[in-house]
Design a protein around this ligand. Sequence first.
Ligand SMILES: [Zn+2]
Length: 446
Amino acid sequence: MQGNSLKTLKQVRMYPIPVSDSRVSELITWYIRTLQRAIDIIWENIEWKYRFPRVERRKRKQVVIIPYKLKVPELPKSRSFKKRLRDEFLLDCPYARHWVDVVIRTAYSVMENWRKRYLRGRARKIKPRIRRRFARCKITLMKIDYESKTIRITLKPGEYLSISWKSTWFEHRVRGWAVGEVIIKDDRIVIPFKSSKEVEVRKVIGWDSNELSLDGYEPSIGFIHVDLKPLQSMKIVYERKKAIAQREGRRELYEKYVRRERNREKDFINKLSAGLRSLFSNTVHVFEDLDKEDMINRKKRRKNRRKRNARTPWKRIHRKVSEAALTAYVDPRNTSRECPRCGYVVETQEGQIFECPRCGLKMNRHKVASINIRRKYLEEKRRKERKTRMRGFPHSYEPEEAMKVELWVGVTPSGRSPMIRIPMKWDPEGGEAKGRGLNIKQHQAQ
Ligand SMILES: [Zn+2]
């Protein structure tokens, strides 16, 4: 890459501080009761509007925009409606007025969430119910002293709740980070710490997310293969265990397996993202936008793609990596159907080997996808920078050269640190990892 650019890495880490204060439970009780009331009132004032079927002509093709007559909920958002809501809640609010504002804000975000899921066919026409006990705070209700590392939360005018993160086990992990809006639970207060720093981008890796592997490409490294089979086999073992427990009607045992599986999966993902971060510094990791994929191809999603989402928790992996390192997402269309050398798009792509009928390139499908994902990102970035339409990023001979080397990365799910193994000789410029069985230093991923 010519000309290194800067990118902002935003990180959030959440840590709980235990509390035992009866005022906290009282606050939460008032909060969720008022929140539910706000949701009830918003629900009653929803306007259901019809949206009619629509078909548009785009690029000589008929495209269905809205497939059938649909009733769409519109939330009441007028200023007068919100004011009435606020005035009503202020009548019996024993707390500072800002608490009413935060309740209303939370109610709207719950409702917006429901509305989005409803329109995607993922939620039914049922009023959302608040089941968990919590209270979200507002920054105007918090006074943060970074010197003494304390947060003072206003309950009522002149009445406060103080917590401190001084001498906690995570104190050093959030030094210099900013405090965000806390979440109050009955026995703890969860503080989100945020940091934002400029990182010099030296590498861009395109990652193809598959069921059994994560396949990356970066010209100075070559291809990177991250083995996900350990995660996969762990999940298969638990699937069997859960099935047996369910068949025997042993609910407690079943739940125990669910918890264990979740913990082991979390552990694996933490190690994977920590490993990627320490192996590839100053790197943008580019993934396919899987939300977009779901939306475009809900019906005709190809078999292999459907399969890849079945067991491997891709969204959770992507989320975890983006908490630790720079990430970007691209449209997944055609990523495994376009020839990385000449740009030809093949109609169907079956089997492991991609074969270009125009230029004759033969290459592993995942490798093809990783090159294309990387190129898509760079293309988009250039387009944004120049703000003009480009004819397309040149395809190149890079892949053939890179084919000579491949870096293999494995995460050992049971061991304490991720393992990196390199079966082939690897000679990148300034590579950090050399030799067999290199251990990445243990990383305390939360
Ligand atoms: Zn070709």
